[in-house]
Design a protein around this ligand. Structure first.
Ligand code: PMP
Length: 404
């Protein structure tokens, strides 16, 4: 384990007061706070290194390129991918999935084909596939789940067939916290020669992910949810797949030769990285990954699991408490409603106590429909949260409940 008080000092924002109360930040599923080392890496690069990458012969350009490419290696190691050719820098999970839906869809999806997603997907793992289906005349099919928020694997097995072109599934649900059995999902898809995209936006910050172990074909995550800046993310893709896919955007960096008659494309990963990349953010992402690796992903996982268990236990004692997402294998996300109190009222009143939670449909409207509700209140934990903060949340909910 690590020293939580010492760790909290790495995050200056945690010392803030909100309405004269200590900030209790429990909106980590939306975005995490940044440690000093990440912000300082960005400041240092802008002050001391800044130059455009890849094309420059001069010293600064080469130094910036080295930092950018070293960051790609840090991401590779973090994911245990085989090669840096498999690591594409994007703006985040959303862009990663749009890139894949476009490129994969252009080549491999045709009229009458089917794409499988799950009931608990974030809109960013639904809408790009839906748009593709509309372009190509393909069909989106949905893996159902039970009331606890566990995917129905038997239904999944019966949905996958010779028309299925790709399976797209969240590693961890941003609403329910369910940790999906991704290895099993991949194995079943591969038995049908179907590739799998895992949306890792909510798994990468919380526990060790291993591309070679999961054996998925594609994996997306966002930097800002794992203590890195906004505007940087990753699409991992197996080299044999990425080689077959056409570029997503055209422009500088992604080409080998250009003439008005014909353009040839750059090698991996650059074929998918048109234009000036966010090389400052990629460097800061590497700092964030180094930071969590130094704390130890297993330690982070143990700390957050303990917090989640404690929170579920304490919150479960509140009268009228309803949890959404009670799978055995659950991560550090708790969605709930209390009695008839509207989620927005609960969130607004908790805010007045300095407690930041998220309310609403959490970009998962189809899941809300499945649950028969409009929205939930969501508390989501990070490596710096404490049991005292859980106590503050519980006391806050009780106070709001009394008001109604
Ligand atoms: N997928 C999941 C499961 C998420 O939780 C989120 C962010 N809430 C996204 C995708 C989209 O991530 P981003 O907005 O960083 O692209």
């Amino acid at each position: 384990m690590y020293d939580i008080e010492k760790v909290r000092e790495d995050f200056p924002i945690l010392a803030r007061q909100i309405y004269n109360r200590p900030l209790v930040y429990l909106d980590n599923g939306a975005t995490t706070q940044k440690p000093r080392c990440v912000v300082e890496a960005m400041v240092d690069e802008y002050y001391n290194v800044n130059a455009n990458v890849h094309r420059g012969v001069h010293f600064l350009s080469q130094q910036a390129t080295d930092l950018h490419e070293a960051s790609r290696e840090t991401v590779r190691a973090f994911l245990n991918a085989k090669s840096t050719s498999e690591i594409l820098f994007t703006r985040g999970t959303t862009e990663s999935i749009n890139l894949l839906a476009f490129s994969f869809g252009e080549t491999f999806v045709h009229e009458g084909d089917e794409i499988l997603v799950s009931t608990m997907e974030h809109h960013s793992n639904i809408v790009p596939w839906q748009m593709l289906c509309e372009r190509k005349g393909a069909k989106l099919r949905v893996i159902p789940m039970d009331d606890a928020g566990v995917l129905d694997m038997e239904a999944y097995k019966s949905l996958i067939n010779e028309k299925t072109r790709i399976v797209c599934c969240a590693h961890v649900s941003n609403v329910l916290g369910t940790v999906n059995p991704v290895k099993e999902i991949v194995k079943i898809a591969h038995d049908h020669d179907v590739p799998v995209l895992i949306d890792g936006a909510q798994s990468t910050p919380h526990f060790k992910v291993d591309m070679q172990d999961i054996d998925c074909d594609f994996f997306a995550f966002s930097g800002h949810k794992i203590y890195a800046p906004t505007g940087i993310g990753v699409l991992y893709g197996k080299e044999q797949w990425l080689e077959k896919l056409p570029p997503y955007q055209g422009g500088g960096e992604m080409i080998k030769n250009v003439s008005f008659e014909k353009t040839t494309y750059n090698e991996l990963p650059y074929k998918f990285e048109a234009g000036t990349p966010d090389y400052v953010a990629s460097h800061a992402l590497a700092q964030a990954l180094d930071y969590v690796s130094a704390l130890g992903m297993d330690n982070i996982y143990a700390h957050e699991q303990e917090l989640t268990r404690y929170a579920m236990e304490q919150m479960g004692q509140i009268e009228g408490m309803r949890f959404f997402g009670t799978a055995d294998h659950k991560d550090a996300v708790i969605s709930f409603l209390v009695g008839n109190i509207h989620h927005l009222d609960m969130g607004t009143l908790l805010d007045r106590l300095g407690i930041a939670v998220r309310t609403g449909h959490h970009c998962a409207e189809p899941l809300m429909r499945r649950l028969g509700i409009e929205g939930t209140v969501r508390a989501s934990f990070a490596l710096y949260n404490t049991k005292a903060e859980v106590d503050a949340l519980v006391a806050g909910i009780q106070r709001v409940a009394k008001m109604f």
